[in-house]
Design a protein around this ligand. Structure first.
Ligand SMILES: *Cc1c(COP(=O)(O)O)cnc(C)c1O
Length: 356
């Protein structure tokens, strides 16, 4: 197989050994003589997988006992709605920070459930920074998006909040240590840092549930999933299996401290070159730069065809920018090795040598 450097924004790169082990389980799972695709989710063999995945999240985050871990479906998009439905009281209101496309999506969904105020908003500068967010006032909950996958900005602090704090962590979960216990709810689609599309991770403080006075459809009710150990209905079996393997991989590499070291080295290598190289500029202001999704562009767009030919020739895949920002986005999720970042940096240097 040709070596491809996978900078895709999502679904995205997974550890090679995790993909190999997933492939093996599709052939035959756990000595059962069957594929993992064709077994009951109620079999002992699969119950072990869900239990390990949930336990690993608790260990990696060092979660207090009041937290529960669930692997549901629907992506972060359903998470927008589940978050609001489980924390917004009847006739209540919530406060949100708008820092990008996904934050705006979360706000739109919450408005279907109740009143939403947005006192923090970076839209006027095309979401190139993170406002100083400090949630105050009489709201049922506060919501932010820790990493803005499309604009390439990231909170480098946990916002203060006087009310239960909810976060969409889809694109930077497990990329570095985080204060999970400051949150009432964290949710994240698997397909950025955790596994294949299909599973969505929920980490919830169960002591804060059941206070809205709402009747919820069962799938939207986090308590219903907790009561059934994350197996209320058929879960996304294969996606959870791969998530479980990725969580093992994270633990083997030193947990969140290990991930932070790995990701810090990558972002430093990349941004050092971006700042040094006169042909490029970044989208995000320095203090808000994302470690996961650096966004950048050429100062002279007319050079794009030549630059594109060079990185493609080097085996780089997936760095075309999102249409709302333009330019390039080099996503560097946990599984991306630093060698791939070095290849991109070498291409940028070579491009400067030829064009500069
Ligand atoms: C990718 C992404 C989403 C959308 O996730 P789906 O699983 O496709 O619904 C939402 N929020 C963030 C921060 C994302 O990166």
């Amino acid at each position: 197989m040709k070596k491809v450097h996978n900078f895709s924004a999502g679904p995205s790169i997974l550890p090679t050994e995790v993909i190999q082990q997933t492939a093996n389980a599709i052939q035959e799972f756990d000595g059962m003589g069957l594929s993992i695709l064709e077994i009951s989710h109620r079999s002992k063999n699969f119950e072990k997988v869900v239990a390990e995945a949930r336990q690993s999240v608790k260990e990696i985050l060092n979660l207090p006992d009041r937290y529960e871990v669930l692997f549901l479906q629907g992506g972060a998009t359903l998470g927008f709605h589940i978050a609001a439905m489980n924390f917004m009281k009847e006739g209540g209101k919530a406060v949100y920070a708008n820092t990008g496309v996904w934050a705006s999506g979360a706000i739109k969904e919450a408005k279907l459930i109740g009143q939403v105020d947005v006192p923090f908003d970076s839209a006027a500068s095309n979401h190139n920074h993170i406002p100083e967010v400090d949630f105050k006032g009489n709201y049922d909950f506060a919501h932010y998006t820790s990493n803005n996958t499309i604009y390439g900005t990231q909170y480098h602090y946990t916002p203060k909040s006087e009310m239960p704090l909810v976060c969409d962590m889809s694109s930077d979960i497990f990329s570095r240590p985080l204060d999970a216990s400051a949150h009432a709810l964290i949710y994240a689609g698997a397909q950025k840092n955790l596994g294949p599309a299909g599973a969505t991770l929920y980490i919830v403080d169960k002591e804060l549930l059941g206070q809205t006075g709402r009747k919820l459809p069962v799938y939207m009710d986090l308590q219903a999933h907790i009561d059934k150990d994350s197996m209320y209905n058929t879960p996304p079996v294969l996606s959870i299996y791969t998530c479980m393997l990725t969580l093992r991989w994270i633990k083997e590499l030193g947990g969140l401290e290990g991930m932070e070291k790995r990701n810090s080295a990558k972002q430093s290598l990349f941004y050092t070159e971006l700042d040094r190289n006169g042909l490029f500029q970044g989208h995000a202001v320095e203090s808000a730069r994302s470690w996961m999704n650096p966004t950048f562009r050429l100062n002279d767009d007319q050079l794009a065809a030549e630059f594109d030919a060079m990185w493609k020739e080097a085996g780089i895949s997936g760095i075309a920018g999102h249409r709302s920002v333009g330019g390039y986005r080099a996503s560097m999720y946990n599984a991306l090795p630093i060698e791939s970042v070095q290849v991109l940096v070498d291409v940028m240097k070579e491009f400067e040598r030829v064009k500069g």
